[in-house]
Each structure stands twice: as structure tokens, then as C-alpha cells.
Design a protein around this ligand. Structure first.
Ligand SMILES: NC(=O)C1=CN([C@@H]2O[C@H](COP(=O)(O)OP(=O)(O)OC[C@H]3O[C@@H](n4cnc5c(N)ncnc54)[C@H](OP(=O)(O)O)[C@@H]3O)[C@@H](O)[C@H]2O)C=CC1
Ligand SMILES: O=C([O-])CC(=O)C(=O)O
Length: 438
């Protein structure tokens, strides 16, 4: 690995690194081959920061336990700071830990820079990014960390990279689970459920063991509803309510199509629910949706279009995009993850709601319990949510909801061995597909 080409940071922030870290770092440098790259950087950073700060008044620093397996950091982010020592940062909130899996992937490449810029959690919220990859993607992950260093984001105070979820998820307050294996040629959907299910079972166990007891988990990697179910079943000490499967991209896609048809800008479209699975059986609800506060069916009177073209367009938008791009949605998915987080940390506007795939227990819509199903939610902005009460159903909507519910129940039976509910038995509907498959 080209360690010799690396230079220490040319700036020395008002920071301090404990000199006791040096021997610890040097020892570890020899013992962990794959992490030698950033450990050497860390030694160099430490030396520079120690010499510059030898005349500085002492500042409170975060203590680092050499025995801790989760103490690795990356490059410039190994410097430690007293956030209360500088006027600019005095009013900042307490640092939050955000874990991201699949961090070397396409979606993450958009998302991480949004998180670090402050546009998600706000301009007074410092963050630590804990990035999970694999042996295969570790070098790419180092590249991601280098780009984060070079971006000089003031709010980004820590970056750590690793391949062990038990280390990376330590104290995570948010876990954005993006990494998943794509469906390869000739791979059965049951195989995909099993391969990805293993990943999410393992990550659920790791969250259960080391994450914050109130961690909020957003599962993006497909098939995201059932992956989220597997994850929450393997994390019994974390409230099931805290697990989400990302269906916000589908909601955004539905809003865009309704706006286009009605000839209005998309900010006029509200109250859009995606019901069910993030698959081609998902149900974009035009019965309860509104345009300029008026029910969509009164604005768009072509109901055949709503039932057929609109619905199918939203269900298959992912596939249409893959045909153009040659790869699945990455930028708009990252934007929708931002939207999903913001919906939980800011109060939902009066009268509106957002869609999220959440655990069905206690839902007021009669959806079967024990699955992860996209439904309309509202939040007070405290990271939690409640189900919306005032939604209506007609026969068309109920029939569609029943179909997507049956699909999720079949997926659940297929992964029973991963949720601790017996032996997996796959009788998936023939037409079950991800939005990206056509
Ligand atoms: N719910 C939703 O709305 C949507 C979900 N998705 C899903 O999100 C998931 C991730 O999508 P996306 O980020 O586009 O997928 P990518 O293929 O870009 O990344 C996913 C994984 O690929 C590996 N990887 C990526 N880049 C590299 C690299 N340069 N070298 C080595 N390994 C690499 C990483 O796995 P590792 O680090 O583990 O090796 C990473 O976790 C997929 O399951 C997709 O289907 C996509 C769009 C919308
Ligand atoms: O199928 C995929 O991987 C892409 C996907 O989920 C989407 O675009 O909604």
C-alpha cells in the first residue's frame, strides 16, 4: 500500500492528541495490515499536533481506550477537539454517531457528503461518520474517507472505516443500512432474500449488541422491507418501531408524476402514501393524495390514468431509470434518504404526512401484524413517528394493498430461518420484482 506517498495534514487545528496514543498506534500499525494506511497517517497527525500544541493551554480531549476495538479513526479525523473551546462551536449540539453500511457504494457516495455538509441534521449538529464496508471494498472506503477529509466540512468531526459491524455500529444513533448484494444473473429471488437476509441478520445482531438503545435504523439495501424485518427480529433490545425500510424514493416519484399530470410544481402535491412493499406491488395512493389541498381525483379526472398508467409508472420507475442510466438510482435515492431522516427530526407540517416502511404492530389500517409495510406516518421531530388516522380506503385501494401484503407475507415465510420463526419456505408470487427489475 502506498503509504510513503501520503503527507500529514498541512493544517494544524487547535487540537490536541494525547501522546500516549503514539505507542498504541505504532503497535497497532504492525498488527493490522489492512489498516496500516490510516494508522500511519494517524501517527503523523499526532506528531504534528503534539508539537504545535506544546505551548497551547490544555483542552479537554476525548479519551481513547487502546483496548477498545472500535477506536480506529481516519486521517485528519484522528485529531480531537474541544467543541466548547471555540466561539463558533460553543452553541453546537452534542456530536451524534451515524453508521452507514455499503459506504463505498453509489448511493453512499452522494449521501455521505450531504450528511457531512449539515443539510440533514442542521448547521449546529456535529457528526461522526462510521463507515462499514467489506474486505473487497476496503480500499474504496479509504478513497471515500480521503474525499471526506479533502472536503473540509466543519461539522464532520470523526470518520471511522471498518469491516466489522460490531466495531462500526458502536454507539450508533442512526444506522443507514445501504449495503446489499444486487441480484445477479440467474439468481432466484429466494436466493437474493437469503443472501441479503444473512447480512441483515448479522447487522441486526451487531446493532443489538453495540448501538445506542434508541438507534434509528433506515434499511435501503433491497429487498428493503424484508431486510428491515430480519434486522429488527435480530435486535430484540431495540424497539421494533425504530426500524424503517426506505419507501421515500417511491413517494417522491409518485409526487413527481402527479405534478406532471396536473401541470403544477411538485411542491403543491401532498399527502402521498406508498403502501406496502418496495417492489412492483407497491401501491401509490391517489385516493388520499392532494394537490393544492384538493383531493387528487378532483384535480386529475382521468381516473383510468391514475389506476393504470400512474400506478405502474411509479411501481416501475426504478427499472425505467436503469434502462437509461445502466445502473440503479443513486442520487435520487440519497436525496430520499435525506428526506426520510428530515421527516423524523423535524415536525411534520400540519395536515400532511410521509411514507415509511415500518413494523405493522399496532397499525390502525388492518394490515396484518409482524411485517414491515410502508404506511403514512407523522412525526413531532423527535426521531419517533405515529400512524396517521384520517385516511380513507375504497375497493381499488384495498385490493392493491391486499396484494402487496400477500407478497410481504410470502417473503416473511421465505426468511423464517433468519427471523427465528422456524424453517424458511419460499412460495413467492411469480411476478414479485424489485422496482429496478422489469
Ligand atoms: N429502497 C430504495 O428505495 C432503493 C434501494 N436500493 C438498493 O440499495 C442498495 C445499494 O445500492 P447502491 O449503493 O447503488 O449499490 P452499489 O453496488 O454501488 O453499492 C453497494 C455495495 O457494493 C459494494 N461496492 C460498491 N462500490 C465498491 C467498490 N468500488 N469496490 C468494492 N465494492 C464496492 C459495497 O459492498 P461492500 O462494502 O459490502 O463490499 C456496497 O455496499 C442495493 O441493494 C439497491 O438495490 C437502490 C435504490 C433505491
Ligand atoms: O431495484 C433496485 O435496485 C433499484 C430500486 O430499488 C429503485 O430504483 O427503486
Amino acid at each position: 500500500m502506498a503509504v510513503a506517498e501520503l503527507t500529514a495534514p498541512s493544517i494544524c487545528p487547535k487540537s490536541n492528541l494525547r501522546s500516549s496514543q503514539l505507542s498504541y498506534l505504532s503497535a497497532r500499525f504492525n498488527s493490522r495490515r489492512h489498516q496500516s494506511f490510516h494508522l500511519l497517517r494517524r501517527v503523523r497527525s499526532a506528531r504534528i499536533s503534539c508539537s504545535v500544541n506544546s505551548q497551547s493551554p490544555p483542552v479537554a480531549v476525548k479519551t481513547q481506550d487502546p483496548k477498545s476495538k472500535s477506536s480506529d479513526c481516519y486521517g485528519v479525523f484522528c485529531l480531537t477537539y474541544d467543541l466548547k473551546a471555540e466561539d463558533e462551536t460553543k452553541s453546537w449540539k452534542k456530536l451524534i454517531n451515524i453508521a452507514v453500511s455499503g459506504a463505498a457504494g453509489m448511493i453512499s457516495n452522494h449521501l455521505l457528503f450531504k450528511l457531512a455538509s449539515g443539510q440533514v441534521f442542521g448547521p449546529d449538529q456535529p457528526i461522526a461518520l462510521k463507515l462499514l464496508g467489506s474486505e473487497k471494498s476496503f480500499q474504496a472506503l479509504e478513497g471515500v474517507a480521503m474525499e471526506l477529509e479533502d472536503s473540509l466540512f466543519p461539522l464532520l468531526r470523526e470518520v471511522k472505516i471498518g469491516i466489522d459491524p460490531y466495531e462500526v455500529f458502536q454507539d450508533a444513533e442512526w444506522a443507514l443500512l445501504i449495503g446489499a448484494k444486487p441480484r445477479g444473473p440467474g439468481m432466484e429471488r429466494a436466493d437474493l432474500l437469503d443472501i441479503n437476509g444473512q447480512i441483515f441478520a448479522e447487522q441486526g445482531k451487531a446493532l443489538n449488541a453495540v448501538a445506542s438503545r434508541n438507534v434509528k435504523v433506515i434499511v435501503v439495501g433491497n429487498p428493503c422491507n424484508t431486510n428491515a424485518l430480519i434486522c429488527l427480529k435480530n435486535a430484540p433490545n431495540i424497539p421494533a418501531k425504530n426500524f424503517h425500510a426506505l419507501t421515500r424514493l417511491d413517494e417522491n416519484r409518485a409526487k413527481c408524476q402527479l405534478a406532471l399530470k396536473a401541470g403544477v410544481f411538485y411542491d403543491k402535491v401532498s399527502n402521498v402514501t406508498i403502501w406496502g412493499n418496495h417492489s412492483t406491488t407497491q401501491v401509490p395512493d391517489f385516493l388520499n393524495a392532494r394537490i393544492n389541498g384538493v383531493p387528487v381525483k378532483q384535480v386529475i379526472t382521468d381516473h383510468k390514468w391514475l389506476e393504470e398508467e400512474f400506478t405502474e409508472k411509479v411501481q416501475k420507475r426504478g427499472g425505467a431509470l436503469i434502462q437509461k442510466w445502466g445502473r440503479s438510482s443513486a442520487a435520487s435515492t440519497a436525496v430520499s434518504i435525506v428526506d426520510a431522516i428530515k421527516s423524523l427530526v423535524t415536525p411534520t407540517p400540519e395536515g400532511d404526512w410521509f411514507s415509511s416502511g415500518v413494523y405493522t404492530n399496532g397499525n390502525p389500517y388492518g394490515i396484518v401484524e409482524g411485517i414491515v409495510f410502508s404506511m403514512p406516518c407523522r412525526s413531532k421531530g423527535d426521531g419517533d413517528y405515529e400512524f396517521v388516522k384520517d385516511v380513507t380506503f375504497d375497493n381499488y385501494l384495498l385490493k392493491k394493498i391486499t396484494k402487496t401484503e400477500a407478497e410481504l407475507l410470502a417473503e416473511k415465510r421465505c426468511v423464517a430461518h433468519l427471523t427465528g420463526e422456524g424453517i424458511g419456505f419460499c412460495d413467492l408470487p411469480e411476478d414479485t420484482m424489485l422496482p429496478g427489475e422489469m
